[in-house]
Design a protein around this ligand. Structure first.
Ligand SMILES: O=C(O)CCC(=O)C(=O)O
Ligand SMILES: [Fe+2]
Length: 284
C-alpha cells in the first residue's frame, strides 16, 4: 500500500509501497502531489532497468540530455552517469567526477533559458559511509528575507551562466564552453504551487540586473549567507534502489562529497524540463 511520510521538518518526503514500473495514473497523482509539497521525495526499494527509469521520469516532464557530454551514458544520452570513471589513466582521483555537485548548494540547469524543472537520481551503488545529498527549501529562504531585500529583488532578473563567475567548466567539452548568460527572475512564483521563492545559485549567478557591480557582488554574498535557513533542509542517506527527485524551481541541493573514494557511489541521473526549447548550453 502506498505510504507517504515527511522526512525533514518542512521538506523531504518518503514514499513506500509502490512499484514505479506499474504505477497507474491514479496512484501517480499522490506521488506527484507529495513531490510538490515536500520539494524532494524518495521512492524506496525500486528495481529498475534504464528504460523503466526513463519511462517513469517522463511522467514528470521532458527529459533533456545534460550538457556534460563526457558523463552521458554511452547508449542512453538522456542518462548522466554519476560517479563512473572517477580515476584517470594514472589512477588519480578526478575531483570533478568524485565531487560533482559538492562545491556548494545549487539549482540545476540555471544556465539554460528553460532551466531544469526537476532532477531525478536512481541509486545503483552506495558507499558504506558518507555520500549523502543535502537539500534546502528556497521557499523558506524567500520567506526569511528582510522586507527591503524582497522589495529590491522582486521583479528583478539574475544573469546565470554555466560555471558562474569562476567559469568552472571542467565537465564541459571545449565547444560548449563560454556561452552567454541567460536571465531568470530572482523571485519567481512557482507555476504549480503559486508560492514565491528565492531563485539563486552562487556558483552560476554572474550578476543581478540593474545594480552597480559592487552592489550586485555584495548582494550575492549576502544571499549566499541567507539562502540556507534553519529547519529548511533534508539530508538524504542513500540506499540502493532509491529514486530521489527534487524540484529545482524551489529547492537547492549539494552532494556531501565525503565518501571513501575507493568505494562506488553510482547513480543514473536525468534532467527534466517543463517544456523544451529556449537557448541551451549545449545542443542535445
Ligand atoms: O550526487 C549527488 O548527490 C547530487 C549531485 C548533483 O548535484 C546533481 O546530480 O545535480
Ligand atoms: Fe546538482
Amino acid at each position: 500500500m502506498l505510504q507517504i511520510r515527511p522526512m525533514g521538518p518542512h521538506t523531504g518526503g518518503e514514499i513506500t509501497g509502490v512499484d514505479v514500473k506499474t504505477l497507474d495514473d491514479e496512484s501517480f497523482a499522490p506521488v506527484y502531489a507529495a513531490w510538490l509539497k515536500y520539494g524532494v521525495t524518495v521512492v524506496r526499494d525500486q528495481q529498475l532497468e534504464i528504460e523503466d527509469f526513463l519511462r517513469y521520469s517522463r511522467r514528470f516532464g521532458f527529459i533533456v540530455p545534460h550538457p556534460s557530454k563526457s558523463t552521458r551514458h554511452p547508449d542512453h544520452p538522456e542518462i548522466t552517469l554519476l560517479g563512473v570513471d572517477k580515476f584517470d589513466s594514472d589512477g588519480k582521483l578526478i575531483q570533478a567526477i568524485y565531487r560533482r555537485g559538492a562545491e556548494g548548494f545549487h539549482t540545476d540547469g540555471a544556465y539554460d533559458e528553460v532551466p531544469f524543472k526537476a532532477t531525478q537520481l536512481y541509486a545503483v551503488a552506495v558507499p558504506s559511509t558518507g555520500g549523502d545529498t543535502h537539500f534546502s527549501s528556497m521557499y523558506m529562504a524567500y520567506d526569511a528575507l528582510p522586507a527591503r531585500l524582497k522589495t529590491l529583488l522582486d521583479g528583478r532578473n539574475g544573469a546565470f551562466a554555466y560555471g558562474g563567475r569562476r567559469r568552472a567548466q571542467a565537465l564541459l567539452n571545449e565547444e560548449d564552453r563560454g556561452r552567454p548568460p541567460v536571465f531568470h527572475p530572482m523571485i519567481p512564483v512557482h507555476p504549480e504551487t503559486g508560492r514565491k521563492s528565492l531563485y539563486f545559485d552562487p556558483g552560476k549567478i554572474l550578476y543581478i540586473e540593474g545594480l552597480e557591480k559592487r552592489q550586485s557582488d555584495d548582494l550575492i554574498d549576502d544571499l549566499t549567507e541567507r539562502m540556507i535557513q534553519p529547519d529548511a533542509g533534508y539530508s538524504h542517506s542513500w540506499r540502493v534502489g532509491d529514486i530521489v527527485i527534487w524540484d529545482n524551481r524551489c529547492m537547492v541541493h549539494k552532494a556531501a562529497g565525503d565518501y571513501p573514494p575507493e568505494e562506488d557511489r553510482i547513480h543514473w541521473r536525468v534532467s527534466i524540463k517543463e517544456r523544451v526549447g529556449g537557448r541551451q548550453v549545449a545542443a542535445a
